[in-house]
Design a binder for this molecule. Structure first.
Ligand code: B12
Length: 260
């Protein structure tokens, strides 16, 4: 029997960091995660603190110094990373997340309109979010980066049925297909898509991303090539357009993506 009078509760609380977490405010957490550069920091904070009215002006000001791709990757996405952390800790709730996502979306759209990337099409990509999954923020960012890098993107949106993905790949004949899944209940759609495509004799790389999946899972079914960040998309897509198959992309994954 434990003698409860002899337990030092301060030590228990300290050990699990409960006291510290309870005291941390969104501002404290954001300060540790947002970029150091003052211009990018302001943009990340616009997303974290849902200042959607400021995003337009702050992104416009940043466009003088940073490329649209940098503003997305090092400012807007960093802000959304903080929002994810706050939501995960139960400090933010779904309404916060939705307003923050709207702020990010405004910034992404403005960046997209300023992108001057190569307009000559390198290849075609079919993108989707897994069946049953509504989380399309990351897929939308990846789509913007692929478009700005000269890919013709067929964006099927979110919650896309396995058979619809297969039919679209069959009719559009892309060099690459991508899937995003943030929920453990939806990631099992990926091996189904891969199996159905293989049954039809289609063997193109299938880039799979989103918080629910990791490299080991994605490489456990044919055609799967993992991506951790939207910014890794163009490097993988460039090679797929050059004719690399999914096995070669997997072998050279660290080199192409900078590891993860
Ligand atoms: C935003 C959000 C929502 C929004 C989604 C809005 C939208 N339009 O996307 C809303 C409010 C709608 C929502 C709803 C729900 N959500 Co939610 N949500 C989130 C949250 C907070 C952030 C996700 C996000 O956008 N992250 C930022 C983006 C940028 O990240 P990302 O998509 O992963 O993309 C990155 C990479 O994966 C990659 N990437 C993605 N796609 C692609 C594609 C290519 C080609 C490439 C190269 C790269 C790439 O690039 C991006 C970074 O550079 C997460 C928490 C978390 N920690 O992730 C929960 C989370 C995903 N949600 C969760 C849940 C459970 C739900 C709900 C079921 C909640 C509920 N009880 O109702 C509902 C869904 C109901 C339904 N079935 O319809 C869980 C999933 C748990 C699980 N493991 O299954 C999470 C993890 C929260 C949690 N900790 O419990 N959610």
């Amino acid at each position: 029997m434990i003698d409860l009078k002899s337990v030092n509760y301060d030590r228990v609380l300290r050990r699990y960091d409960i006291q510290m977490e309870a005291r941390e405010t969104p501002e404290d957490i954001a300060a540790k995660m947002v970029p150091q550069d003052p211009v990018l920091k302001k943009i990340a904070e616009d997303v974290v603190f849902m200042r959607y009215k400021n995003v337009q002006d702050d992104v416009t000001a940043a466009l003088g110094t940073f490329s649209p791709e940098e503003i997305i990757d090092k400012g807007l996405v960093k802000g959304m990373d903080v929002v994810s952390e706050l939501y995960g800790r139960g400090i933010y709730y779904l309404p916060h997340v939705m307003v923050a996502a709207d702020a990010m979306d405004r910034g992404v759209k403005l960046c997209e309109s300023k992108m001057t990337g190569a307009r000559e099409m390198k290849g075609k990509v079919v993108m989707h979010v897994a069946e049953g999954d509504p989380h399309d923020i990351g897929k939308n960012i990846a789509a913007v980066l692929l478009k700005s890098n000269g890919f013709n993107v067929i964006d099927m949106g979110r919650d896309v049925a396995v058979e619809d993905v297969v039919q679209t790949v069959e009719s559009e004949k892309p060099q690459l297909v991508t899937g995003t899944a943030l929920m453990t209940t939806t990631m099992s759609a990926f091996p189904k898509v891969a199996d159905r495509l293989q049954e039809k004799g289609i063997n193109i790389p299938f880039i799979c991303a989103g918080g629910a999946v990791n490299r080991a899972y994605v490489e456990s079914y044919p055609m799967g090539v993992f991506a951790e960040k939207a910014a890794q998309g163009p490097a993988l897509a460039n090679k797929a357009a050059e004719g690399w198959d999914w096995r070669k992309l997997r072998e050279n994954w660290d080199k192409l993506t900078g590891g993860a």
